[in-house]
Design a protein around this ligand. Structure first.
Ligand code: 5GP
Ligand code: ZN
Length: 114
């Protein structure tokens, strides 16, 4: 996807503070953190949103969640707890149309969201 910010980050055309990378996914610090720890995990494959997921993407999705858990521990937020969030579509508050999961922690997060 030529005009996708996150595809550009994957290709190295836009810099990021990388936290983790493998053949399937990339994790990096959010540019506008909403918590002391705020990391985004994205698939290297361009998928518009959770709503666009296909059956063939299930390995990517499970990999994202396993790594989210591992990263939360490495980032020191697992013991106190954290949140993994996906915003999907306009009402879900999605602003970047490349599916991503937020890992948020390091403070007491409020519920419900606004
Ligand atoms: P959404 O609102 O779509 O769920 O989340 C998009 C997130 O991407 C936001 O938290 C925003 O701060 C982050 N973001 C947008 N552009 C960039 C960028 O160029 N670099 C990084 N590291 N994060 C970005
Ligand atoms: Zn993309």
């Amino acid at each position: 996807m030529d005009n996708c910010i996150f595809c550009k980050i994957i290709k190295g055309e836009i810099p990021c503070k990388k936290v983790y990378e493998d053949e399937l996914i990339l994790a990096f610090e959010d540019i506008n953190p909403e918590a002391p720890v705020h990391v985004l995990i994205i698939p290297k494959k361009h998928i518009d949103s959770l709503d666009s997921l296909e059956e063939e993407d299930k390995d990517i999705l499970s990999h994202i969640f396993i790594k989210a858990k591992d990263l939360a521990r490495e980032l020191g937020i697992a013991e106190d707890g954290y949140r993994v969030v996906n915003n999907c579509g306009i009402n879900g508050g999605q602003t970047v149309l490349h599916m991503h999961f937020h890992i948020l922690g390091g403070r007491n997060l409020q519920w419900p969201p606004g």
